[in-house]
Design a protein around this ligand. Sequence first.
Ligand SMILES: [Zn+2]
Length: 159
Amino acid sequence: MNPIPEKIEDLGEWINQNKNNYLRNVDSSICNKWRDYYYYNETPLPCCCKIRTGDCIFLECFYKVEYAKELVDNKKLYISALNSYKAIQHNSAAIMEWVIDNEALYNNVIHLNPQIRVMTQLYPHKSHYIKLPQQELKEILEFKNVFIKHFYSEEYENY
Ligand SMILES: [Zn+2]
């Protein structure tokens, strides 16, 4: 696997370079979840292979890089949601409506973290980390944090 680039503008190229490898591995991997994801669009759950094979680790890296890249490509959606939040952030009734309106958008970013973590070994536990370009993710992560803050508030629970 080529090393994962640190700049978001290079992620697309990395994805293109690794796409064939990805498609080959999807079909040959003993980890069925990648086939279920690719052919039936089922969300891959964390891996429970007793021994993680290189192809399964690669498939997970690819999946997570592509996920982050797609979110960044759609960054303007999150910036716009954040701007409408900032306009109403002192009006709690309006915030509750904002939470309702933005739940689907939040579901897209539910798995986004400042870095990608890929578990490489179950016992003893070992993980590989891929740092994502923080500047590119800034507004998306801010949207996620603001949403979580209100979605899990007592106020929203009683709304
Ligand atoms: Zn696996």
